[in-house]
Design a protein around this ligand. Sequence first.
Ligand code: F6P
Length: 340
Amino acid sequence: MKIGVLNGGGDCAGLNAVTRGILAGAAHLGVEVIGIRNGWAGLLENRTVRIDYNMFEELIGTGGTALGTSRTNPLKRKDGLQTVVNNMTLLGLDCLIAVGGDDTLGVAAELWRNGQKIIGVPKTIDNDLAGTDYSFGFFSAVDEAMRMIESLKTTGKSHGRVMVAEVMGRDAGWISAFAGIAAGANAVIIPEFQSDPDEVVRIVRERHNEGKSSTVVVAEGVKFVSREKAERDEFGHELIAKAQGETNASWLARYIEEKTGLETRATVLGHTIRGTAPNSYDRVMTSLLGLKAIEAAHEGRYGIMVSIRGTKIEEVPLSEGVQKKYVDPATWNEMKKFFM
Ligand code: F6P
């Protein structure tokens, strides 16, 4: 049996660990694994690498992806899907394990609908995939964001300043909410709910009157600044980090300073939280996800996504992997109780 593995979309902590998990399982099952370079681009251009457990043994704790990734969308290329199918046949792949977020898994689901044997593994720091409790990479990104927000808080306290941190999360505010709570931020603004900068101003002012400085977190997906002219990737998403002009953080910092007269500073954490090494949760869960994916491939269960359900790894239909998951009102109402 010969199985291909590809990583698509934004990188995250745990991608090498999941490949290692797949390779550990493959070693036990006597399955050959081929690494596809740079996401779907590798299957359009036939760029592959032979991989085995020995090559990934020491990579469990590394960030990024040794296979490489890209935001290439075969559905946007002329005859893209057919080229992918042809190359899978040429490579003699019995199955393809696609590791990615909703974009990558969307292409995977399309291939499955077109008769290809596909298994999905959900990853994204944004944690916005419905078919899994958590997507791997999320908690490592949250840990890194938490550490940086804490640093901002420390310097903010020293100077009596308001600190505003902008955190990744294009459509969903999961990272901002979790990191904000974990770091003890005083206000968090996420894209799912109406963003009221005056509510932030009220919190900051009240805290100042009590002799306290404030730390504010804003998700990059919030629309304080217009990005209508922003460049888009092949899946149609705004390239927020490439947008010109003000960021949410700088806009909000200026607003707070104007309204309160308090010295305010803005920081965009950006890609730093994505490049971090996986924490223990992401190392262990990816290892189990990898094992489950190769086991499903070996036993001929295709069109599925392996997913985290509590402490267990389960299989769900691949079509669920492309559904989005946002911070829901009930969860947010609880979380908000910490922002004061
Ligand atoms: O992978 C998800 C994500 O990190 C989003 O949070 C962010 O908006 C986007 O990717 C950034 O993409 P790129 O690395 O292409 O700039």
